[in-house]
Design a protein around this ligand. Structure first.
Ligand SMILES: [Zn+2]
Length: 250
């Protein structure tokens, strides 16, 4: 076994942070963003998106409309939309400044390439290359963040164009469970780390997913299998999600 120590700040960082009207994004922990097709995204999300588009020759017909935004930019979009579209529209399609997934660098709005692109509600139809991307998005670590029917849960209107990077393990798990982040993050807390992790098979590898609540004060200590490749993400609520890829024993 190998010991891991995590500071409280790690609760607010990682691929699985839940950011919505209730849980703000902690901007002080902003990671580095990189450029993908002229848009800034967190490195892992950018690489995954580029890989997906490369596989389906997507950039020919798809444009990244909006990736990472600073809090200030989110505020400008909010103010503009309030002025031009009114409060009801804005509250449905624009996240409150400080609470936008776009501030994390893990979210991307995609649009069908055409002459005029609506910045707030780009066209990303359920057909053609857009649908091909949607169907394969989970294989590259992306989920449709605001699907139809989940409006009461997410608090945001149906947004066919907004995708969120959570990595391939969790994108697949979320898709299988038919859950959005607001459902998935609480759901994971039942798989207590060191007691009853969820086990799944991925690319011939056993993957263990578990949850550990953060200590109220000081660092949180946990043990992981030394044979595993481990990734830990905060959930932006109260703890950590641990993903362990078990390597084969030889
Ligand atoms: Zn968006």
């Amino acid at each position: 076994m190998r010991r891991i120590l995590l500071g409280k700040d790690k609760v607010f960082q990682g691929d699985l942070i839940l950011v919505n009207a209730r849980y703000p994004y902690h901007e002080e922990y902003q990671g580095k963003n990189v450029d993908v097709e002229g848009t800034a995204l967190a490195a892992d999300a950018a690489n995954a998106l580029d890989l997906a588009m490369g596989r389906m020759d997507g950039w020919k017909n798809i444009v990244p409309v909006s990736g990472w935004r600073s809090r200030e930019e989110q505020q400008e979009i909010w103010d503009e939309s309030m002025r031009d579209n009114g409060e009801a529209f804005t509250r449905t399609y624009v996240a409150v400044p400080g609470h936008s997934e776009h501030q994390t660098g893990l979210a991307i709005d995609l649009g069908l390439r055409k002459e005029e692109i609506d910045f707030i509600r780009p066209d990303f139809p359920y057909e053609g290359v857009c649908q091909t991307f949607r169907e394969h998005a989970a294989e590259f670590g992306f989920v449709e963040r605001y699907p139809s029917g989940k409006e009461p849960v997410t608090g945001i209107g149906h947004e066919p164009w907004h995708f969120r990077y959570v990595n391939t393990v969790h994108a697949r798990f979320m898709k299988e469970m038919g859950m959005v982040m607001e459902e998935y993050i609480p759901f994971l807390t039942q798989f207590v780390h060191g007691e009853n992790p969820y086990k799944m098979e991925m690319n011939g590898c056993e993957v263990l997913v578990s949850y550990r609540r953060a200590e109220r004060a000081g660092q949180t200590e946990m043990e992981v299998d030394e044979r595993a490749e481990v990734s830990v993400s905060g959930n932006n609520v109260d703890g950590f999600v641990i993903t362990q890829w078990m390597k084969e024993r030889h």
